[in-house]
Write a protein that binds this ligand. Structure first.
Ligand code: HEC
Ligand code: HEC
Length: 162
């Protein structure tokens, strides 16, 4: 029965399609500059899943709608679910010149649901200074590029000014 034999493969494919990438049990041994991890899995919280693609998951119909969301972390290589840096201002200037601000919370997470005219420019500000992204993205899902390894040319995570 070829159909039955393909069932395990099928369920693996379904898991891959519905699950989100990244460790969610807090036991990951990769780099985490804060040494503190989110351990709540996909339990709803403003502190959930630091470093993961917030909008990619929420757009599947789960959780509130955001136009911009991400995590400010302590180091470029910090793994998923590593708690980031609190109190950093994330400031976007959209294509219409409107300025939108959010402040990272205790997990380093930030999010907005303002209407953002794409593309936008973005800078971070903390007591340590300002860092600016030089190119202008057209998606607000920062972690779609700012992964631990860096995708689409990003240097790794969105990192607090240092
Ligand atoms: C793997 C999927 C997934 C990822 C990744 C994810 N979320 Fe969520 N989020 C959810 C689900 C599911 C809910 C709850 C939906 C519900 O029950 O209404 C939720 C709810 C929330 C809420 C509402 C919390 C409350 O108390 O009402 C916030 C805020 C939130 N998420 C922020 C974020 C941020 C910021 C990120 C990225 C750093 C993120 N989420 C990443 C799935 C995810
Ligand atoms: C389409 C991919 C992409 C998206 C989406 C993206 N970035 Fe970037 N980011 C990059 C790339 C590539 C660089 C390096 C080149 C540059 O500065 O443009 C970068 C650089 C940065 C830098 C400067 C790096 C440093 O440490 O000096 C900051 C800060 C930054 N991004 C913040 C953000 C924030 C916050 C968001 C979400 C609101 C975001 N980025 C969304 C690709 C992206």
């Amino acid at each position: 029965m070829p159909f039955l034999r393909s069932l395990p493969l099928l369920s693996l494919l379904l898991l891959a399609a519905t699950g989100c990438a990244g460790p969610t049990d807090g036991t990951d041994t990769g780099a985490c500059s804060s040494g503190s991890y989110w351990t709540g899995g996909d339990e709803e919280s403003p502190l959930m899943n630091p470093g993961q693609s917030c909008i990619a998951c929420h757009d599947r119909g789960e959780g509130p709608t955001f136009t911009v969301a991400g995590t400010v972390m302590g180091d470029y290589g910090d793994v998923d679910d590593c708690d980031g840096v609190e109190g950093v201002t994330v400031r976007l200037t959209d294509a219409d010149g409107a300025v939108h601000e959010a402040t990272s919370n205790a997990a380093g997470n930030f999010y907005l649901n303002d209407a953002i005219a794409m593309p936008y420019t973005v800078e971070l500000e903390s007591d340590a200074g300002v860092s600016t992204m030089s190119t202008a993205p057209t998606t607000g899902d920062c972690a779609s590029c700012h992964t631990a390894d860096g995708a689409e040319g990003a240097p790794g995570r969105v990192v607090a000014p240092f």
